[in-house]
Design a protein around this ligand. Structure first.
Ligand code: PMP
Length: 426
């Protein structure tokens, strides 16, 4: 039996062959053995509150998923060129979750694939190669999604190394300015500049709530203004819902609903498979048809019977257990408790986000981002039994995005651990 004493040699073994650029959480990570709902249990039986795993949307080890996968694997798993009900049912159900007109579904295996395909569709449909993206973003690791990922926390050279057809605008973070409406004005000006220069943007790509920058809501009217300008020059609006979509915002199933807009192409992944490799692009029939200029679309495991059944089961569970509502109720409660904590501990300067996508942000008295403090807070929280990590270009924001089964008791445990750290030091 493995126990905590094995952590060091196991880590050494991992570092021998798991290419080192694939980093792991924590310098001395516990060995995780099992999970249940929003809890993780290590090899010594120590229980942690998992405030981090947005991918495990319906919670760890959900018996319905276990059974759905077991059953489908024992019957059939094959590629989507065969005819079986699960793919038709799941695609129909996904289309039903989106506004009218967005009813053509491509099933893939990850968020990177989904955003990559979304951009390729945009380029094929518009015949315009240039892409406008938002700075401080992460959209994936494929060649194309890496080209539009501008977060220097993920890649310090991100801005210098992007191709000349990728253009960026300021990260629209309202708290950094007295006039948040200027972000839309600047982005629209960039759209106009590109068009005037003969390279109009074929796509505007953005997360619909700014997950990577720390769960930051976009300024009111931002997407409406930029989408309108891009469309006026023949481009399309691409929404990256990989992190923030699928119910965790509580009041909205999709992030774009919070902005009151409808994109032309939606990329989704993570939550929809609860950790099973599953992603999708949903768009209009006209845009989907443009893929024909590239040949046929095929993904060996995308939309397989097992993946489709998983996607179905995840939605069944979100609906039957009221997980979107839980995100609204418990997420709001957690945000309020964190804000109250911030009123007593000035280092906790703001709490971004909604529902189960929150970003408590740490800023020093002199206004500089509390990067080192945030890393130390995460380490200390881990020792207190709460798993959390930093995000943002300054790594001074906690990415609070737990499984959507997160209970009020776990919200209390999270706040109490953070309070202890802020009171006694890290
Ligand atoms: N888009 C966003 C906003 C993401 O956060 C991520 C992953 N962190 C991706 C795309 C890529 O998803 P994946 O890791 O499934 O390829």
């Amino acid at each position: 039996m493995i126990h905590s004493g094995d952590a060091a040699w196991l880590l050494e073994k991992r570092e021998q062959h798991v290419a080192e650029v694939q980093e792991h959480y924590f310098t001395d990570p516990p060995i995780m053995e099992r999970g249940w709902r929003e809890l993780l249990v290590d090899a010594d039986g120590r229980v942690y509150v998992d405030a981090l795993n947005n991918v495990t949307s319906i919670g760890h080890a959900h018996p319905w998923i276990v059974e759905a996968i077991r059953r489908q694997w024992s019957l059939l798993n094959t590629n989507s060129r065969f005819h079986y009900p699960a793919i038709a049912d799941f695609a129909e159900r996904l289309a039903d979750l989106l506004p009218d007109g967005l009813d053509q579904v491509f099933l893939v295996n990850s968020g990177s694939e989904a955003v990559d395909l979304a951009l390729r569709l945009a380029q094929a449909h518009t015949g315009q190669r240039d892409i406008l993206a938002v700075r401080e973003a992460y959209h994936g690791w494929t060649y194309l999604t890496d080209a539009v990922s501008t977060s220097v926390a993920d890649n310090p050279n991100a801005l210098e190394t992007r191709p000349e057809w990728v253009h960026t605008v300021d990260a629209p973070v309202s708290s950094r300015t007295d006039d948040p409406s200027r972000y839309a004005v600047d982005a629209v000006a960039e759209v106009e500049r590109l068009a005037a220069g003969g390279t109009p943007a074929g796509a505007f790509l953005a997360e619909t709530l700014y997950g990577n920058a720390g769960g930051v809501a976009l300024p009111d009217g931002y997407l409406d203004a930029v989408y309108t300008a891009v469309r006026a020059h023949g481009g399309v609006a691409v929404a990256d819902e990989v992190q923030v979509g699928y119910g965790r915002l509580g009041h909205w199933f999709w992030g774009f609903e919070q902005q009151g807009v409808v994109p032309d192409i939606v990329a989704v992944a993570k939550a929809m498979g609860n950790g099973h490799p599953l992603g999708a692009v949903i768009t209009t029939r006209e845009i989907a048809e443009s893929y024909r200029t590239q040949g046929y679309f095929f993904s060996s495991a995308g939309g397989s019977p097992v993946s489709s059944v998983v996607g179905h089961a995840v939605l069944d569970i979100i609906e039957s257990e009221g997980l979107q509502e839980n995100a609204a109720v418990v997420g709001t409660y957690l945000k309020e408790r964190l804000e109250e904590l911030g009123s007593r501990h000035p280092l906790l300067a703001a709490v971004n986000g909604f529902g189960f996508y929150l970003g408590p942000e740490f800023v020093r008295e002199n206004g500089t981002p509390a990067t080192e403090e945030t890393a130390a807070i995460c380490d200390r929280m881990r020792r207190l039994g709460v798993l959390i990590q930093p995000t943002g270009d300054h790594q001074n924001i906690l990415k609070v995005k737990p499984p959507m089964v997160f209970s009020r008791a776990s919200a209390d445990a999270f706040v109490e651990a953070l309070e202890r750290v802020l009171t006694t030091g890290w």
